[in-house]
Design a protein around this ligand. Structure first.
Ligand SMILES: [Fe+2]
Length: 209
């Protein structure tokens, strides 16, 4: 009998035929192995649009002004479909609050329409969004479209959000609108204490239409 990939990896790890780095669980290694084999990816979980979407945002990767207060934030990722194919030209509408939790309803501050490049990549610079009374957690809204694929609306959350008390696995349900733990992303802090910068990776996976 041939073991499936998951069982094979678990058995190899148990018997010492494969050694996993301390940062890798068997489950994470299995997932990575499967991904590297067939590139199939689960679709990004959807989340609600919310009331603050506004059509017609500018195409800019720099959402923060030179003197804007708040923690500078960069977000980057790749747009794929569930077959693992990159989607150049995918359109990503993003919107968020400023660092104090206010949406710009008159203009287009902290709103943009991005287009994934020839490698399916997108990125933007902003500030870490604030909290606002109607929502528990900091978040950035996404509406993503690509030819031949189902449109997707979702939200990005931050594992560093104080609401999670350092343990998003346990506490992500404190915000009832967070539909999946997958949407809560690790935050990497860069720079030095005078100029700190938060960096987040958020890949998007669309389903074929
Ligand atoms: Fe929101």
């Amino acid at each position: 009998m041939q073991l499936n990939r998951r069982d094979l990896l678990a058995k190899c790890a148990a018997l010492g035929a494969i050694t996993l780095a301390p940062s890798l669980s068997v489950a994470a290694a299995t997932e990575g192995w499967l991904l590297s084999d067939n590139k199939a990816r689960p679709a990004t979980p959807a989340a609600e649009l919310g009331p603050f979407y506004k059509r017609g945002a500018p195409n800019t990767a720099m959402l923060r002004g030179p003197n804007d207060p708040g923690m500078p934030l960069t977000v980057a990722g790749v747009v794929y479909n569930t077959r693992g194919e990159i989607l150049p030209g995918a359109k990503l509408e993003i919107w968020q609050t400023d660092h104090t939790g206010h949406y710009d309803l008159q203009g287009y501050r902290y709103r943009s329409v991005l287009v994934a490049d020839s490698a399916g990549k997108y990125d933007f610079s902003s500030v870490m969004p604030g909290h606002y009374p109607a929502r528990v957690c900091q978040h950035i809204h996404y509406a993503v479209t690509a030819t031949g694929h189902k449109p997707m609306v979702t939200q990005l959350y931050f594992a560093s959000d104080p609401v999670f008390e350092g343990n998003p696995d346990k506490n992500y349900t404190k915000d009832p609108l967070i539909t999946s733990r997958e949407l809560v992303r690790p935050v990497m802090l860069k720079g030095d204490p005078q100029v700190m910068l938060a960096s987040v990776n958020f890949e998007i996976v669309l389903e074929q239409a």
